[in-house]
Design a protein around this ligand. Structure first.
Ligand SMILES: [Zn+2]
Length: 298
């Protein structure tokens, strides 16, 4: 059952179509330009996606179901290497204290931040990944959306939302809640797809982030995200392109989603595996994700 939603940034109900994927419509608000899925599944139904299967399935490889991860758990080292760079930036912009990771998944970022001396807490809607973080990594992770958990006001120095806000049913309310629990001048760091990037515009309906329409319901640009952050009481400090460390094998296999025929990528992938280079680490910048650092207004 699909439900109609108004624009989460300006409240209007006036859109034009962007594209349609798997029967779901991606639209752009005529007033403010925010891109989002409408109509969409109810919030409870959206959250049902984040089972163990979400973190480990063949969907990306065989292209049948486009969501989640091939094998998130075995990618821990690469994920932490990508996170380490982001943590260094956070430590330049915030003093070291308490850190909340919203949508912390299996807790890899929290584990890293704790090792660097932060006092950490996570929230997560996936029961599978929350219990992994608790049991395997002995982390304090609360199950639910941030708004449901009613954490203490002004209790965190830094909040992170890595690849999360595009999944959240009510992003402005979520940002207001982040603002409430941050200390004055606290730091918020967000990574999300950049729908305004030239790669996203060029690829259109073939853009991987659009094709994840079962999980991604908002597609921000630098401007629409900055406007929403402003409404929630934040000033944007800096915006960067987000890169990510992959093994060469899976990185080359993913290219098949960006080319019209798979002949070249199949050949390149088989060559990489035959030469034993598939576990070589490469830093991939897909040019379609942004990292945004914002400060709570004092
Ligand atoms: Zn709007």
């Amino acid at each position: 059952m699909l439900e109609n939603v108004r624009c989460a940034l300006c409240g209007a109900d006036d859109t034009r179509p962007v594209t349609e994927i798997d029967g779901l419509h991606i639209v752009r608000c005529q007033l403010c330009g925010l891109v989002y899925v409408n109509p969409r599944y109810a919030e409870e139904r959206l959250q049902e996606l984040y089972t163990e299967l979400y973190y480990d399935h063949d969907g990306i490889r065989n292209g049948l179901e486009f969501f989640g991860y091939d094998d998130y758990l075995s990618d821990e080292e690469n994920i932490k290497l990508s996170f380490a760079k982001r943590l260094r930036t956070i430590e330049r912009l915030s003093h070291k204290g308490t850190l909340l990771d919203v949508g912390c998944a299996t807790g890899f970022f929290l584990d890293l931040a704790r090792a660097h001396g932060w006092e950490v807490l996570g929230t997560e809607v996936s029961a599978f990944s929350a219990s992994y973080a608790r049991e395997r990594l002995a982390l304090d992770v609360r199950l639910g959306t941030l708004s449901q958990l009613n954490l203490d006001a002004q209790s965190f120095d830094a909040v992170t939302m890595w690849d999360v806000i595009e999944h959240v049913a009510h992003p402005l309310a979520e940002l207001h809640e982040v603002q409430r629990i941050l200390r004055p001048n606290g730091l918020l760091s967000i990574i999300t797809p950049d729908a305004g990037s030239w790669v996203a515009r060029l690829l259109g309906p073939r853009w991987e982030e659009f094709r994840r329409v079962r999980e991604h319901i908002y597609f921000f640009s630098k401007r629409t995200l900055a406007e929403m952050l402003g409404k929630a009481g934040f000033d944007v400090l800096r915006v960067e392109r987000a890169d990510k460390i992959f093994y060469l094998g899976p990185a080359i296999q993913r290219l098949k989603y960006y080319t019209w025929d798979g002949v070249f990528t199949s050949f390149a992938a088989s060559l990489v595996y035959r030469l034993g280079l598939d576990k070589l680490r490469v830093n991939v910048n897909p040019l379609t994700k942004m990292t945004v650092y914002a400060r709570k207004r004092a």
